[in-house]
Design a protein around this ligand. Structure first.
Ligand SMILES: *Cc1c(COP(=O)(O)O)cnc(C)c1O
Length: 427
């Protein structure tokens, strides 16, 4: 079922039971599928007809989740993955190979930075990192004839410097390249990058989509508007020998990018989402719009409280009126600025540690997007593989604390923060 309203689509899209069928999306816990005759299977193998063949490639529970994510992101199609990292990996490997190049914003998640800067480099895919605030001309100069995509995050984890998506869409258009936007921290409830010109949207569904810290997952969603037949993407337009010469763009049109990920990358690499995880993620998505409103409201209130404390050097939350990204937030994040904020204690690294160790309600955890309030110090955890210089490039200072504000009563969250700040004051 498809409605005009996001809230209804969270609840009802896209699994719609017929009379007598389960009200809740069932978990199809199976590896394989039964057919009446060999021709039917052969047609599926040749991508001539729809249908499931083997759960490494597709599964009904994962399928409903994929359709729901595509619907919530205003995309044409989606493909799920075992984690956010594998969704990113599959996106790059779908169109880039050894000798190719990608242009990437420096304001990205630490794990993604490592994947591009270290691991993909070893496979021969080179990355040029660019400061997203650089001029359009400067960013365009970073591309070369082998560049295959532009990569960025809408609400970067953890710098929270909001991406000017339309600026990046213009750059991508000038270069005739797809713009990939990781929309994990925003979730589809707060921002739909496709509406601003993104070609591919990625989610670590591990975060707000699931929302309950119960399962890993990733998603690749396509806008369906990119012209792959521009001479840069032979894998999308030339005949694929492993499928009797199928031409993905010609055959699957506005769904070609995810169709190729499924038929080639997922088939060969097997980083598939488990049906159980698809079910749990789907459960989470049903309450997404409600949760994101409350996460955003709680985060704004906590940010306003922290801003007033003399022990705190600065607070970064794009919903604060004096935040450097407030204008961009009003454009791209009208409905709320999500539940993640960061701040820096004047006392630096050691004050940060004392603060975290004094929290009682709030947990120290390497995670964001959970119903519980979580906090950590990126420099000593998520970003510790990076050098101090690389950390600063990603917007991480030593005393930075990242908070993922949960759904507890705001009075209780503030009391816990207030008590932990008192411990530092009494030192
Ligand atoms: C967590 C995260 C990822 C990686 O996702 P996993 O599901 O942990 O593999 C990618 N991008 C962003 C922005 C993230 O926050």
């Amino acid at each position: 079922m498809v409605s005009k309203s996001f809230e209804t689509n969270c609840v009802h899209g896209t699994y719609k039971p017929k009379s007598g069928e389960p009200l809740v999306l069932p978990i199809y816990q199976n590896t394989t599928y039964r057919y009446d005759n060999t021709d039917e299977v052969a047609a599926i193998f040749d991508l001539e007809s729809d249908g499931h063949m083997y759960s490494r490639i597709s599964n009904p529970t994962c399928g409903y989740l994929e359709e729901k994510m595509a619907l919530l992101e205003n995309g044409t199609a989606a493909v799920s993955a075992s984690s956010g990292q594998s969704a990113i990996l599959m996106t790059v490997l779908n169109i880039a190979e050894a000798g190719d190049h990608i242009v990437v914003s420096t304001k990205i998640y630490g794990g993604t930075y490592n994947l591009f800067a270290v691991t993909l480099k070893k496979l021969g895919i080179m990355t040029t990192f660019i400061n997203p605030e650089a001029s359009e001309t400067e960013i365009i100069k970073a591309a070369n004839k082998n560049t295959k995509l532009i990569y960025s995050e809408s609400l970067p984890n953890p710098s929270l410097r909001i991406l000017d998506i339309e600026k990046f869409a213009r750059i991508a258009k000038t270069l005739d390249l797809p713009l990939v936007v990781d929309n994990t921290l925003a979730s589809p409830a707060l921002c739909n990058p496709i509406d601003f010109g993104a070609d591919i949207v990625i989610h670590s569904t591990t975060k707000y989509s699931d929302g309950h810290a119960s399962c890993l997952g990733g998603m690749v969603i396509e806008a369906g508007k990119f012209n792959w037949n521009n001479g840069k993407f032979p894998g999308m337009v030339e005949p694929d020998q492993s499928y009797h010469g199928v031409k993905f763009y010609e055959e699957f049109k506005e769904k070609a990018f995810t169709a190729r990920i499924r038929a080639v990358v997922l088939r060969d690499f097997g980083c598939t989402m488990a049906p159980m995880n698809a079910y749990l993620t789907h459960q989470g998505l049903q309450t997404l719009s409600l949760r994101m409103k409350q996460h955003s409201e709680n985060a704004l209130n906590l940010a306003k409280f922290l801003e007033k404390d003399p022990l705190i050097e600065w607070v970064k939350y794009p919903g604060l009126k004096n935040d450097e990204d407030y204008e961009l937030a009003q454009k791209y994040f009208k409905k709320g600025q999500s539940g993640v904020l960061s701040f820096s204690l004047k006392g630096g690294l050691n004050s940060g540690k004392l603060f975290l160790n004094s929290l009682k309600l709030v947990s120290i955890a390497v995670h964001v997007g959970d119903i519980r309030t979580l906090a950590l110090q990126p420099s000593s955890t998520t970003h510790r593989q990076l050098t101090e210089e690389e950390q600063l490039m990603s917007g991480i200072t030593p005393g930075l604390i990242r908070v993922s504000v949960g759904l507890e009563a705001i009075e209780d969250i503030i009391e816990d923060f207030s008590n932990a700040l008192e411990v530092i004051r009494c030192q």
